[in-house]
Design a protein around this ligand. Structure first.
Ligand SMILES: *[C@@H]1O[C@H](CO)[C@@H](O)[C@H](O)[C@H]1NC(C)=O
Length: 158
């Protein structure tokens, strides 16, 4: 029951938790939601992940953003009660899999104001992992060891 040693172990746990949260990166993509921009919302090859979000920026006189399903996406007919964003600067979270958005103001969906995003499962690789692929395995090991040391201290001495 040595509290001093237990308190000594605490920073290890906190460090590993902190380390883990910095690994969970998400990205917010700005969408210039205009008719002129349709069909090329994002650069080719953009990869979206579960937990990323889109910031739709638009003129609310002409446009809105409605969250729909595949059928509504194809037919441009939003079901009753579909959620509508209409502030003109709306941040919308992406969920895993296919995300469908259409504009339902007069004629805009038919003018290709619609978007489908297929968000990948899991987390976006960190910049560190992207640039130092080889190191990422070691980082996970370090993370595990730091956590293990922290837990050992807590269990043994608290
Ligand atoms: C939004 O669109 C309307 C109609 O086209 C236009 O009159 C208005 O100036 C626009 N607002 C902004 C902030 O661009």
């Amino acid at each position: 029951m040595d509290r001093k040693v237990a308190i000594f172990g605490l920073p290890f746990l906190l460090a590993s938790i902190l380390y883990e949260t910095t690994l969970a990166e998400t990205e917010c993509f700005r969408v210039d939601w205009t008719k002129e921009n349709s069909r090329r919302w994002f650069p080719i090859g953009t990869i979206f992940y579960d937990g990323d979000s889109l910031e739709f920026v638009f003129n609310q006189t002409n446009y809105n953003v409605v969250v729909v399903d595949k059928l509504a996406f194809e037919t441009c007919k939003a079901p009753e009660g579909a959620f509508e964003y209409n502030s003109g600067d709306d941040t919308v979270p992406l969920k895993k899999g296919e995300n469908y958005f259409i504009c339902t103001k007069r004629g805009c969906c038919e003018n290709n104001m619609k978007m489908m995003i297929d968000a990948a499962a899991g987390q976006r690789p960190t910049k560190m992992e992207e640039t130092e692929q080889v190191r990422s395995g070691q980082d996970n090991q370090v993370k595990s060891w730091v956590k293990l040391i922290g837990i050992c201290y807590m269990v043994l001495f608290f």
